[in-house]
Design a protein around this ligand. Structure first.
Ligand code: COA
Length: 273
């Protein structure tokens, strides 16, 4: 299991973002617990660098995102920076460009991603969590997008994911009120996939990550690409990409290994080719 204590790992953004990798599992930790892991622009950029490093590390097959400190996943963008960096439309556009570029990396990430949510998941934290492929959370977590309380427009990408996960009516209720909901409600409306007691969340997340890391990478890539295309409008769908990854899978050494291992009643050893 990767060591995920907040003092270890490769530091980015002066240690406010940490990166770990072991046994096929990469971990990015938001490590600003004094501010409930609020994201400064430097942290957004460090997050992007850590994501890119894990993307380019061939030993990593799945990436977990988590918050340090046991109180928050991410409490949103760092509001203390807003006076300087986000005080009007022009500044906000520049801010959005710099932070959105990092989130775009996550949106197009070629490997499976899991958000492991223990505590507050708010605003920009929800955006990160909703961009991950899977969301696992502790029972005591809380979710919300307080944009209307701050006077912020949440933007197309964040709302697109909120609507696709929770539906337009819940998206409206959450956005108009800025309310926070607990994890049972988040589970019920589709914002998270599974809940665990806080003490079990990390172990359960690792079990799922390790299962993914041991499965056939090309088959997982095929699922990821195909599901992303299903979510697009029919006119924008890249059916060729689905066909290409399907062919790569069916021609792969791993498919042969999967068949053989089944017949020989042993565990397959997949290599991603
Ligand atoms: N940006 C900047 N600082 C933040 C922050 C954020 N998004 N969220 C929390 N902090 C800071 C607080 O200002 C406080 O700093 P201080 O110790 O210097 O006073 C510290 O983190 C702890 O927060 P506190 O409110 O005392 O902790 P809490 O556990 O009672 O509440 C939250 C936690 C996350 C519910 C609460 O801090 C909050 O509502 N934060 C703002 C969330 C938000 O609006 N996010 C959307 C931003 S777009």
């Amino acid at each position: 299991m990767p060591d995920i204590s907040s003092t270890t790992g490769t530091p980015y953004a002066g240690g406010k973002i940490l990166k770990h990798a072991a046994d096929g599992v990469g971990v990015v930790t938001f490590n600003n617990p004094d501010k409930r892991n609020a994201m400064s622009l430097e942290m957004w950029e460090g997050f992007g660098e850590a994501l890119a490093a894990l993307r380019d590390d061939d030993t990593v097959r799945v990436v977990i995102l988590r918050g340090a400190g046991g109180k928050a996943f991410v409490s949103g963008a760092d509001i203390s920076q807003f006076e300087k960096t986000r005080h009007n439309a022009a500044a906000s556009e520049e801010y959005a460009k710099r932070s959105a570029a990092q989130r775009a990396l996550l949106a197009d990430y070629p490997k499976p991603t899991i958000a492991c949510i223990d505590g507050y998941c708010l605003g920009g934290g929800m955006q990160v969590a909703m961009l991950a492929d899977i969301r696992l959370a502790s029972h005591g977590s809380q979710f919300g997008i307080p944009a209307a309380r701050l006077g912020i427009a949440y933007g197309y990408d964040g709302l697109r994911h909120l609507v696709s996960l929770a539906g337009p009516a819940w998206a409206r209720l959450l956005m108009y009120t800025g309310m926070r909901i607990d994890s049972a409600e988040a589970l019920r409306i589709g914002l998270v996939e599974r809940l665990f007691p806080a003490g079990e969340l990390w172990g359960e997340t690792m079990t799922i990550a390790e299962t993914i890391a041991q499965n056939a990478p090309l088959a997982i890539k095929a699922a990821k690409i195909t599901i992303a295309q299903v979510l697009k409008d029919e006119s924008a769908r890249d059916m060729e990409a689905i066909k290409a990854i399907g062919n790569a899978c069916m021609d792969s050494e791993d498919f042969r290994e999967g068949r053989q291992a089944f017949m020989e009643k042993r565990k397959p050893k997949f290599r991603g080719r």
